[in-house]
Structure formats: C-alpha cells, structure tokens
Design a protein. Structure first.
Length: 303
C-alpha cells in the first residue's frame, strides 16, 4: 500500500509539473519537465492527492469601478507610480482628460452646459426634500424652505474638485532648477467629505519631494491637495493621490505625504470619540527606499 509520504511526494511532483507547464504556456503539450518522463505513472491515490493539492485558488478580489487607475485593494504602494496608460500621449497625469482618477460621472460634470448644471441641481433639490420628509421634517416650513437649494449649491461647491483638471491646476508652474535637497510644505489645511457617510473630515497635510532637475511652484502643492480633497474621499486614498500627482507632474527622486485628520463620522456618530486623530502616509521613491531620507522628513514635520 502506498505510504502517506509517497502520496505527498507524488502530489508535490505533479504540482511542480503543472506550474512549470503553466509558466511555459504549454499546458496542452507533452514537453513539461524533462525529468518527469522517467517518473513512474501515479496511481489513483496519488492522483487524488494531486487533485487536492491543485485545488483552484480563490478568485482575486473584484476591482470596483470609479477610480480608473487605482490598483487592487491591498497591493503595496509602488516605489514609482507610472501606469502605462498614464504615459500614453505624454499625459502628465494618469487619465486622458487630465482629471486624475475620475469617477464614473466626472467627465460629464466637467463638460456640462449651464442647462445641464441646472438640471443636476434640480435633481439634488428634489432628493434633499425627500430626505427632509423621511427624517420627519416639513420641507415647507420657513426654516427649511430654501434648505434644499442651499444644500445643492453647497454640495456642488464642496465637491468642485471633480471640475478641476490637474493640468490646469499645475499650469506652467514647473521650473528647471539644479536643486537636489528636500522641498517641504507642511501645515496645509484640508477639508473633505467622507464618502461613507458624507460628513466632513478636516486636518493638515505635509508634502515633500526631492527634485530631479525640476521643481514645482510651492502653491501648487497646496492646490493639488485642495483639488483631491474637494471630492468624496477616504483619507488613505487622498494621501496617496496627492503623492502620485506630484510624482507624475515633475518626476522627482521621491515624494512623501503625511496627513492628520479628524473625522466627524467618528466624533459625532458611531463610536463618538472626540479628539481622535487619524494619521496616514504615502512614501514614494527615495523616501520609501532610504531610511535616512524618510527620517529627515518625519523629523522636519514634527518641528
């Protein structure tokens, strides 16, 4: 009778053979591992062991639509983020419309006419009136009569980042400069809306980069942060989008972004923990690979 060790050995051998054939693209050929031709044919028990060892792996997580160039959740931050599609046509930022990670309806909002915008706001007004009724209020009473219109206008303003092209934000503020030391702008105020509850989160962001023959106008760092924060966000993605936008704009040796924010979804609802602060970071290039550079940045932002 075949022993357990022999079953395991045969199963592993079959697994290695299958992986080798897959890598060579020769699943339908007899090539495989040349050593396998001399191996004895596996019996029924070894075939069962091999079948168990070769069970189909779970399918990969689905990439949700909405952010066209966002990688699969859980993948590590790359050292340099240069998507192939981002470089086609020499686009400075990763989408052909210059928006930077547009959502599903971003392009239509960017290109809408005045009547289109009026129709969009009218839909929002109707939706807000429905919400007011659903929570037990009277949308026709004096204090709430104009609230739906005010909310629609405020929401369009707070999400105006969907209407801004990053190429226009950066404009021509890229300059050739022989400077190879860190450039840091810190204490940049940001306000955004949590996409999970549509309530604000506010905080500060520090952005640093080490130039590679090109520098970016200092105000543009704050403008980039403003553009992305004026969209529905999560702090983790906002931090990374700012870093990648700077990386794509001037191709520096490295980019570092650290953000500290307070989330209303944690302080005024749910766990209700006022004073809690969320810190996120994104390190690209030399900030990720060189500990001393990273430590210098982290020291400077604490001063």
């Amino acid at each position: 009778m075949t022993s357990h060790v022999e079953l395991l050995s045969n199963g592993l051998r079959q697994l290695e053979l299958q992986q080798s054939q897959t890598n060579l693209g020769s699943n339908n050929h007899d090539g495989g591992d040349p050593q396998s031709k001399n191996d004895p044919a596996p019996d029924n028990e070894s075939l069962l062991a091999s079948s168990s060892a070769n069970a189909s792996p779970p399918s990969p997580p689905q990439v949700r639509e909405g952010y066209g160039f966002r990688g699969v959740s859980g993948t590590s931050t790359p050292l340099t983020m240069v998507p192939t599609r981002a470089m086609e046509g020499n686009h400075a930022l990763p989408d052909p419309n210059g928006l930077g990670w547009p959502a599903k309806s971003t392009v239509s909002r960017l290109n809408e006419t005045t009547p289109d915008r009026a129709a969009r706001e009218k839909m929002m007004v109707s939706a807000v009136r429905t919400i007011l009724e659903c929570i037990g209020e009277d949308p026709n009473r004096e204090g709430l009569l104009k609230t739906p219109e005010r909310f629609a206008q405020a929401m369009m303003w707070m999400t105006r980042g969907y209407e801004e092209r990053l190429a226009d934000v950066i404009n021509d503020a890229v300059f050739a400069e022989d400077h190879d030391e860190m450039v840091l702008v810190r204490e940049i105020d940001i306000s955004s809306l949590c996409e999970h509850h549509l309530v604000p989160f506010t905080g500060k962001v520090a952005i640093a980069y080490i130039p590679n023959q090109l520098v970016l106008g200092l105000s543009k760092l704050a403008r980039i942060a403003e553009t992305f924060s004026r969209r529905l966000q999560v702090q983790e993605r906002l931090t990374k989008q700012i870093a990648i936008a700077v990386q794509e704009a001037i191709k520096p040796r490295g980019v570092a972004v650290v953000m500290e924010a307070t989330h209303m979804c944690m302080t005024m609802r749910g766990v209700q923990k006022p004073g809690s602060i969320t810190v996120t970071s994104c390190m690209l290039g030399c900030f990720r690979t060189q500990q001393k550079t990273r430590e210098e940045f982290l020291t400077l932002i604490k001063r």
